[in-house]
Design a protein around this ligand. Structure first.
Ligand SMILES: Cc1cc2nc3c(=O)[nH]c(=O)nc-3n(C[C@H](O)[C@H](O)[C@H](O)COP(=O)(O)OP(=O)(O)OC[C@H]3O[C@@H](n4cnc5c(N)ncnc54)[C@H](O)[C@@H]3O)c2cc1C
Length: 300
């Protein structure tokens, strides 16, 4: 039996593994897709303290190596359920079940995509899902923010501070985010608004040059240096709904202690309710969850 089983090998899960191994616990990390998590989609990370610039893949590779060097075991498995069985947990996967004394859920989330042809290939080449992460690459340039809720409006506020022009493109006839944010944006002369319009296509080969907009059956080609897609995030917490309560948006309803009401279950990273979803906050959670899990095991 493993001391601590970690679901998800993103920055949060791998940091939890690192801390738990260094505290002398046996650790198994199960990952369903990509070791390293979301950050592997980022060609350039420039806001992790102490690292001036690094690709997301290299960051993920180094974190994985660091966790393995400390003794963590990793397996490619999709976790489908976790249930308590006496003092321990049974972790169901599509293969064999595993047993652990404590579980850290570090399942992350992913940005909803437009679902357009070429979208994945253009990530980092004009298509972004995070103004905090990538806004600095578009200083003095013309960008569009796709979406109309609070996240889209917040991204537009941030981008309008450094970009030449920001155009908000919303599919609905109105913006659904807070009026206060709209007021800030309306007062800026480098921000414009387009409603009732959908993005139908991305153009530009290996670098985004323009987007095709459709409104009332008419299409137009709209030149941009970059787009920021802000149409929501999708956490991956459904399989654990019975173990830890979820917010309306599907995040684990747990604060920065990373401790849940179920003794022995901890959460870490983008999968939980929080204001800032970044590598810094994910790794901070990983450390907090691992230390709390070690204390729990020492107390049973
Ligand atoms: C394109 C892009 C660029 C970004 N750029 C930056 C940046 O420059 N700076 C920055 O700080 N942040 C950036 N971010 C955000 C950053 O990547 C995330 O905040 C961070 O990865 C969150 O880490 P996490 O471990 O909580 O979740 P994730 O990275 O999402 O990892 C969770 C992992 O859990 C796995 N998983 C989920 N469910 C299961 C299951 N049932 N069984 C097994 N495995 C499961 C997933 O496959 C995933 O690998 C960027 C994100 C994207 C998408």
């Amino acid at each position: 039996m493993t001391d601590i089983l970690i679901v998800g090998a993103g920055p949060a899960g791998l940091t939890a593994a690192l801390y738990a191994c260094r505290a002398g616990k046996s650790v198994l990390v199960l990952e369903k897709e990509t070791f390293g998590g979301q950050i592997t989609h980022s060609p350039k990370v420039e806001n992790y303290p102490g690292i001036a610039q690094m690709s997301g893949t290299l960051f993920a590779d180094q974190l994985l190596e660091q966790a393995l060097a400390q003794g963590a075991e990793v397996e490619m498995e999709t976790v489908t359920a976790v249930r308590r069985d006496g003092d321990t947990f049974v972790v169901q996967t599509e293969g064999e079940p595993y047993r652990a004394k404590a579980v850290v859920l570090a399942t992350g989330s992913h940005h909803r995509q437009l679902g357009l042809e070429g979208e994945n290939e253009l990530v980092g080449e004009g298509v972004s899902y995070c103004a905090v992460c990538d806004g600095a690459f578009y200083q003095g340039k013309n960008v569009a923010v796709i979406g109309g809720g609070n996240t889209a409006l917040q991204e537009a506020v941030l981008l309008s501070e450094s970009c030449a022009h920001v155009t908000l493109v919303q599919n609905l006839p109105v913006f659904t985010g807070e009026e206060k944010l709209l007021e800030i944006l309306r007062a800026r002369d480098n921000v414009s608004f387009i409603t009732g319009t959908v993005v139908k296509a991305l153009r530009g080969g290996d670098q985004l040059r323009s987007i095709v907009l459709e409104s009332d059956g008419e299409t137009t080609d709209f030149p941009v240096d970059g787009i920021f897609v802000a149409i929501g995030q999708e956490p991956e917490n459904e399989p654990f709904r019975d173990l830890v309560p979820l917010t309306e948006q599907g995040y684990f309803d747990v604060d920065e202690s990373c401790v849940t009401d179920m003794p022995g279950v901890f959460v870490a990273g983008d999968c939980r309710r929080k204001g800032v979803r970044q590598i810094t906050t994910a790794t901070a959670d990983g450390a907090a969850a691992a230390i709390a899990a070690c204390r729990y095991i020492d107390s049973i």
